[in-house]
Design a protein around this ligand. Structure first.
Ligand SMILES: *Cc1c(COP(=O)(O)O)cnc(C)c1O
Length: 472
């Protein structure tokens, strides 16, 4: 795979590393008849993307501007990944108690953590403020709760409000957060909303941040830039009307789209940072600290799901490879294939890229419904029994987002990197789920709970009851 015309050298190297990792996974027994599906993470690639993100913003901000890149944990909620990113200078954006727990388990310091969910409970808010984690309030009711907490205790937490600039959606409705009716943030163009936001800052000197996340995959860059521009303009207005630089940090969210059509990384962080510096000239002049929240663009291209072809068959004249990767690891692709198409690469039973004439075929998963297809009608060398099919660019929102259909086990996930001897070294990121764990999380400890509830009165019982009534 890879090395195609027009693919930049770094991207071609990543494709080569992927091929080497698949082969090594087979040779080292991580992948085979007994473990027919794994997730692989390219540690070198993740480090490179983190470095590219840092460099892209360093190139456009005034010297000395504080910049926190907070990885959106929801994209790849795996503790070792978060720890790797910390080592690369990347923080964490969390949106649930579970994600915060993962960030803390990875050793994230509070100053490197941002909490953003739309449904924060009082307990979550209290914990975040006690820890000193940055919080962006989603709505007026949440701000009321924060008011109460701020009256009863002091906090080091930087606090802000999330706004929805309502600049519009992209090609995928489910990931468009800046539509008129999006559930996120304060809908800025609604009647009276802008004035409410300005007053909220005037009344609360401790509100020092402003946040927007204009969308994820499917949003054109120009629309993302518009969302950031509108947010910047609001911060300028608030600071002017308050009469001081009360807002000192802008959180511009994440959402850089990923190219799922080839190995090319496009758009790049450098392109986006340059676009922002042109579209919003004041943003990077040093008056505002910055927070970013990229998720998919940091991890997607560094993950691969590799699954064994258990059977190869033909139906209605079309070859169908039945693999072990389907809806459980590629939920969005299976249920919304038009929005989330995946590239598939074919490897032979020894993990070598498969040669041979390209054939139109379906690559199916193991789940018991007919729509469980990783790819329908894709063109690649014919997959045969014992081969491997790899779903590419699945490092974010795929194998870490297990869907328990058919009680299919969560696959093991392994990071890989070249070792000094010229081989490939693997490290366990997550063990494969065991059958005992599946039983346990499916109520195994409560097997008799339902049958021990009072049984309903049956008709026979009723008759007996009636007879009993007559004789009484
Ligand atoms: C999902 C999300 C992100 C990350 O989006 P990506 O498309 O993965 O970069 C960032 N911020 C918020 C608030 C989000 O909900």
């Amino acid at each position: 795979m890879g090395n195609g015309i027009g693919i930049p050298a770094g991207d071609a190297e990543r494709a080569t590393r992927r091929d080497e990792a698949v082969r090594a996974a087979v040779e080292q027994g991580l992948l085979g008849a007994g473990s027919p599906i794994v997730g692989l993470l390219d540690v070198t690639g993740i480090r490179e993307s983190a470095a590219a993100l840092r460099a892209a913003f360093e190139a456009v901000v005034a010297p000395g501007t504080p910049v926190l890149h907070a990885f959106a944990v929801k994209a790849t909620p795996l503790v070792p990944v978060l720890r790797l990113l910390v080592e690369e200078g990347i923080g964490a954006e969390v949106a649930s108690p579970g994600e915060l727990a993962l960030a803390r388990a990875a050793g994230l310091r509070p100053e490197m953590t941002v909490l953003d969910s739309p449904a924060k409970t009082p307990a979550e808010l209290r914990e975040a403020l006690a820890l000193g984690i940055a919080v962006n309030a989603d709505n007026p009711q949440e701000l009321d709760r924060i008011d109460g907490l701020m009256r009863s205790a002091t906090s080091r937490s930087p606090l802000g409000i999330r706004v929805n600039p309502q600049v519009g959606g992209g090609s995928i409705e489910a990931t468009s957060t800046a539509t008129a009716t999006s559930k996120f943030g304060v809908a800025l163009r609604d009647e009276g909303a802008r004035e409410w936001v300005v007053r909220a800052y005037q009344d609360r000197p401790w509100l020092t941040r402003l946040h927007a996340h204009t969308g994820s995959q499917g949003i054109p860059l120009s629309l993302m830039a518009q969302g950031v521009a509108d947010t910047y303009a609001l911060a300028e207005e608030i600071n002017r009307r308050v009469g001081r630089r009360q807002i000192d940090t802008l959180d511009i969210g994440g959402g850089l789209p990923v190219n799922f059509a080839s190995d090319a990384t496009t758009p790049t962080y450098a392109q986006y940072a340059r676009l922002l510096s042109e579209a919003v000239p004041g943003l990077f002049d040093g008056r505002y600290g910055l927070v970013t929240e990229f998720g998919r663009s940091l991890l997607a291209k560094h993950g691969t799901v590799v699954a064994r072809v258990e059977y190869a068959k033909s139906a209605g004249g079309r070859p169908v490879a039945i693999t072990h990767a389907g809806v459980q690891v590629a939920t969005r692709t299976v249920y919304a294939p038009g929005s989330w198409p995946l590239r598939i690469a074919a490897y032979d039973g020894k993990g070598r890229p498969k040669e041979g004439p390209a054939v139109v075929q379906d690559v199916a998963g193991p789940a018991c419904f007919s729509g469980d297809l990783l790819a329908a009608g894709c063109t690649l060398p014919l997959l045969e029994q014992g081969d491997f099919a790899a779903a590419l660019d699945t490092g974010a929102y795929y194998f870490a987002h297990h869907y328990a259909y058919n009680s299919l086990a969560r696959p093991g996930i392994y990071g890989f990197a070249a070792d000094p001897a010229g081989g490939i070294a693997f490290a366990t990121v997550r063990e494969p789920q065991s059958l005992d764990e599946i039983v346990a999380e499916s109520g195994g400890a409560h097997a008799a709970s339902l049958t021990s509830l009072p049984a309903p009165v049956t008709r026979d019982d009723e008759r007996r009851w009636d007879l009993g009534g007559q004789t009484a």
